[in-house]
Design a protein around this ligand. Structure first.
Ligand code: V47
Ligand code: SF4
Length: 389
């Protein structure tokens, strides 16, 4: 066991209850929902960090993944009205938003011709006129142009609307999109599954069971997906734990989730601006408890455009083993919600430097966590490096 963890466990400052939970984790036993509540309520930052880091290193050593990717956001017009969303516009105010054509999106892909990106991440608002056929044509156009580019596209919220409108089952709809080039599914739209909270923050979109059913169907068709949780607003610890428990239960069945991504609620320019944001210490605890509770999720990701690069770097000591990608300033969701990252882009050298600065091992991955390149022994140019100031 790591010496820091031994010291903590032997310290008189740790209650018997916390020691019992730590023993379970050390012995690779699953912790319960009530254990997770104790961790949230009583676990100090160093205690949770030491335990989560222990699990992270047991799973991955120092390896910290990143990828080279870019986003396409087809539209920010949306038929739904989630209270936390700073990004969407209703269709009636369409002149204030954007709607991209297939040609425009294909040009965005073509901009990366000859560049070693491995993934395009496509998500946006739920546009009443962008239908299943439109998105199938988009996938086909991208795949025809660049067959090797992995397409991770559309949240369960977008699928639910798209498939209902096309009057096809989830399975039929996914099969159509897979045949046109869909490779995997991102984790958005999960928010908080528990209806007590979901009905207050995003009442009109797919509910928690619907979200989980879509991911279950995707896993059964052989797709991998991610899962997110929007935390740090009006939910209680119990709702976070319920959310993670539903994910853990589905993962036991399907094993199709790759990564869990806690998303910190940002409060600028939305209908929940009166709700204070969580502190950085609370964020770190969230990552740590997620790592300890989700024992069947291989990866835990900190999405740096949302958290800010310095905080994302800190999460690497709280269970996180993945910090997503280069992004290239292609997403607006977080800059519009008040993230310090107003033009999110990092070069490969900056990502490598960011990871090396905290003595971890940077490894470029593809979307399915195949190793593209191990950067442990690669010296990055100083001028391209990442400054901690
Ligand atoms: O579902 C919207 C969140 C999500 C706010 O799978 C907000 O690899 C905080 O899911 N404050 C979409 N969060 C983004 C997403 C994602 C991002 C990166 C990687 C992956 C992946 C998935 O953004 C939405 C919602 O939960 N969001 N508004 C806000 N104000
Ligand atoms: Fe629409 Fe997504 Fe914003 Fe909700 S979070 S309003 S579904 S774009």
């Amino acid at each position: 066991m790591q010496s820091g963890l031994v010291e903590l466990l032997n310290s008189n400052r740790i209650s018997a209850e916390l020691k019992t939970i730590a023993d379970k984790i050390y012995n690779n036993q699953r912790i319960s929902e009530s254990d997770a509540l104790v961790l949230f309520q009583q676990g100090s930052l160093p205690f949770l960090g030491a335990l989560a880091n222990f699990v992270r290193e047991r799973l991955h050593g120092d390896t910290t993944y990143f990828n080279r990717n870019f986003h396409i956001e087809p539209t920010n017009l949306c038929v739904f009205s989630c209270n936390f969303c700073s990004y969407s516009k209703i269709y009636a105010k369409r002149e204030e938003g954007w709607e991209l054509s297939i040609d425009q999106m294909l040009h965005m892909v073509q901009k990366y011709d000859g560049q070693p990106v491995t993934e395009v991440h496509i998500v946006g608002g739920v546009h009443p006129k962008m239908d299943l056929q439109f998105f199938a044509d988009l996938l086909k156009a991208i795949k025809t142009h660049r067959p090797g580019l992995h397409i991770k596209a559309f949240t369960a919220v977008e699928y639910d609307y798209m498939f209902r409108k096309a009057k096809v089952s989830v399975e039929e709809g996914l099969k159509i999109l897979i045949s046109h080039g869909l490779d995997s599914i991102p984790g958005g739209g999960a928010e908080i599954f528990h209806p007590d909270i979901r009905t207050k923050i995003c009442a009109d979109k797919v509910d928690g069971d619907g979200w989980l059913n879509i991911h279950a169907a995707a896993h059964k068709l052989g797709l991998h997906s991610n899962a997110t949780m929007l935390y740090g607003h009006i939910e209680k610890f119990e709702h976070r734990i319920d959310h993670m428990n539903r994910l853990r239960t589905l993962q036991d069945e399907t094993k199709g989730f790759q990564t869990f991504i806690p998303l910190k609620f940002r409060n600028r320019d939305n209908d929940m601006s009166n709700v204070a944001e969580s502190t950085i210490a609370e964020d770190m605890k969230m990552y740590a408890v997620a790592r300890l509770f989700l024992d069947n999720f291989p990866h835990l990701k900190a999405y740096w455009p949302m958290l800010g690069r310095h905080n994302a770097q800190m999460t690497l000591s709280f269970g996180v083993n993945d910090i997503d990608g280069t992004i290239d300033d292609t997403t607006k969701i977080y800059s519009m919600a008040g993230s310090e990252e107003q033009t999110p882009t990092m070069s490969t050298e900056q990502l490598v430097a960011l990871i090396k600065q905290v003595n971890r091992k940077p490894v470029e991955r593809d979307t399915l966590y195949n190793v593209v390149k191990d950067y442990s022994d690669v010296t990055v140019a100083e001028e391209a490096g990442f400054s901690s100031n």
